[in-house]
Design a protein around this ligand. Structure first.
Ligand code: FEO
Ligand code: CA
Ligand code: CA
Ligand code: CA
Length: 601
């Protein structure tokens, strides 16, 4: 796989070899640039980044920490400008602050962390030559959304008694968004973002006495005792003993309108509450959005939401307002997958069954629609707030950590990254099934789903494993049937995106093959189908996120560089991106072809 030639259009570059270099390594003939780093000022009045004098006030006007999801939107009417939107999933205080004491954080450190969470909207200018992008500081559309920005709860569970707190007795307004992992870009110009591991921000779950609330907290992984960051000592809403229902107000898909910096962002309860990895919509033939969603936990589920309303075309106010209601009205489903090979051929080894494929059929089980529940013993409100419990009851298929999902704009087939599951087949845990066929699944797999008659609203689908990741020299890997000596090794797929040629791009988190995480491209049809090719690798301790692949530009988020056990601000494990003696900083990177040509052509 070492030369550029024999590959699908869009993937004709010299693959990068697996490595452990503390850098972003890209193919020969390509150039790169850091677009924006943690702490760079984007709002009016925000100071330049100075780690010795960082303040919550400064951070609230600066790019946040740990960028994960990324999208680059058109900005009509402003020539040469684009709108970059990124998520800031979480903070790593040990790397952010000199002398950080995890048992005694200061109020200022906690408030900096609140301001470093959330999302950023930044206008960027495209260089006339090359692919570089320059942030436009103080642009009127630039925006920071943080852990304290007011959000409106909308949809069928909004205002219900499960979402009320002492600060918000109406159950409709929440401060902030947390653990925003991946997301999606809607055809109506908004951005969706998944609130993922929100359990980590809340303390004292063991002191919750109401049995239903306690059971819900347990199923969602809320642990007893102090939280990792001790926020409950600085704001009572993070103390479950005092405000148990604040936890119910996180774990949603949020929708923001990046074109209106004054808009109130929404939390969409119709899409259910779980550890939302991402949310990517596509439209039915009659124009209704369908959103695919993974719940990133070992043995959790794959969901979809089907709107009952059609998208309005155009960018006028009436159309925009209508489109902001699309995700409040519809039905929520969870997936059950059934293999077509005999059970005794799915032995947990990852060896293909005799029909040559891990594949089968599936159904979407309806959980709720509007105020109607389809789950015995649960109200619709309970289904939305405790969606995991609803899916448990209907016998949904327990997957190997469902991460990002992306429908192919070319074929309509839907691709889901299942990142790994060390507990598959362990004592007391679910054993292998055809959709999750490897015990102790270290390297993960990518599932391809085809809706019945290519109707996104269908109740039935077929599926197959497109990739079974890992070392191509091992018998338990599979690359859609492509010769394995011609593929790049890939492990722990996380984010997925399509390029303009219809190739799937996959970024990884947690590479278990001994080299750094990276970004890979693979054709999903044609003679090169399954030929995985590595485009870049990221620095020490980082995961690769948010890929955006355009004709002339590839962008990735380099998340948590330097995050290695025992590393601290004083003893960094990485010197990326600015070299020795400088603070390691999560950042967005752009790559383009040095000769100005199209990527991989
Ligand atoms: Fe935030 Fe599932 O990765
Ligand atoms: Ca089969
Ligand atoms: Ca992820
Ligand atoms: Ca991940």
């Amino acid at each position: 796989s070492g030369h550029p030639g024999a590959a699908a259009r869009g993937l004709r570059f010299t693959p990068v070899a697996p490595n452990t270099t503390d850098a972003v390594t890209i193919p020969r003939g390509y150039e790169q640039q850091v677009v924006i780093r943690w702490g760079e000022p984007i709002l009016r009045g925000a100071p330049d980044f100075d780690p010795a004098r960082q303040s919550a006030r400064a951070q609230a006007g600066q790019f946040g920490y740990n960028n994960d999801f990324l999208t680059l939107l058109p900005l009509p009417g402003e020539r040469g400008h684009r709108l970059l939107v990124a998520n800031h999933e979480y903070t790593d205080e040990e790397l952010m602050f000199a002398g950080y004491d995890p048992e005694r954080p200061t109020r200022e450190q906690v408030e900096i962390a609140w301001a470093a969470h959330g999302m950023s909207v930044v206008v960027v200018a495209e260089e006339r030559r090359g692919g570089a992008l320059t942030p436009v500081r103080r642009h009127r559309l630039n925006r920071r959304i943080t852990a304290t920005t007011p959000f409106r709860l909308t949809g069928p569970a909004a205002g219900g008694k499960l979402l009320r707190t002492s600060a918000d007795p109406r159950g409709t307004e929440v401060l902030g968004t947390l653990n925003n992992c991946a997301g999606g870009t809607t055809p109506w110009g908004t951005v969706l973002s998944g609130e993922e591991n929100v359990n980590q921000y809340f303390g004292n779950a063991e002191r919750v006495t109401d049995p239903r609330t306690a059971a819900g907290l347990k199923r969602y992984g809320f642990a007893g005792g102090p939280s990792e960051r001790r926020w409950e000592e600085f704001d009572h809403r993070f103390d479950l003993a005092r405000e148990p229902q604040e936890a119910h107000r996180f774990g949603w898909v949020v929708e923001i309108d990046p074109h209106d910096p004054d808009s109130v962002p929404r939390k969409r309860t119709a899409l259910g509450r779980f550890k939302h990895e991402a949310a990517q919509p596509r439209l039915t033939r009659d124009g209704r959005p369908v959103v695919y969603m993974g719940d990133d936990e070992r043995f959790d589920y794959f969901y979809k939401f089907v709107s009952g309303r059609r998208m309005a075309r155009g960018s006028g106010r009436a159309a925009r307002e209508h489109n902001l209601t699309l995700l409040d009205h519809g039905a929520l489903y969870v997936a059950r997958l059934t293999g077509d090979s005999p059970r005794d051929q799915i032995d947990g080894s990852g060896t293909l069954p005799r029909d040559g494929e891990f594949d089968g059929s599936g159904e979407w089980i309806k959980l709720a629609e509007g105020d109607t529940s389809y789950v015995e013993g649960m109200t619709a409100e309970e289904v939305y707030v405790f969606t995991r419990l609803a899916a448990d009851k209907v016998g949904a298929t327990k997957m190997d950590r469902p991460e990002d999902v992306e429908p192919s704009p070319r074929t309509g087939r839907v691709y889901m990254a299942l990142t790994n599951n060390k507990d598959r087949g362990a004592a007391g845990k679910a054993g292998p099934d055809e959709a999750n066929p490897r015990n102790g699944n270290k390297h993960g797999h990518v599932l391809e789903l085809a809706e019945h008659r290519d109707d996104p609203a269908a109740r039935a689908f077929s599926w197959r494993l497109f990739l079974v990741c890992g070392d191509p020299e091992q018998p338990d890997t599979y690359f859609a049937g492509f010769p394995k000596e011609q593929v790049s090794p890939i492990s722990c797929p996380d984010n997925v995106a399509f390029d303009p040629h219809g190739n799937l791009w996959i970024s990884t988190d947690g590479n278990a093959l001994g080299s750094h995480d990276g970004l890979f491209g693979v054709a999903t049809q044609g003679r090169y189908e399954g030929q995985v090719r590595q485009f870049l690798t990221v620095p020490t301790g980082a995961e690769t996120c948010g890929p955006v692949v355009e004709e002339r530009r590839v962008l990735v988020c380099v998340q948590h560089p330097g995050e290695v056990d025992g590393a601290t601000f004083e003893r960094p494990a990485s010197t990326w991106p600015d070299g020795p003696g400088r603070v390691v900083r999560p950042a967005v990177v752009c790559v383009w072809r040095a000769d100005g040509g199209a990527i991989g052509v």
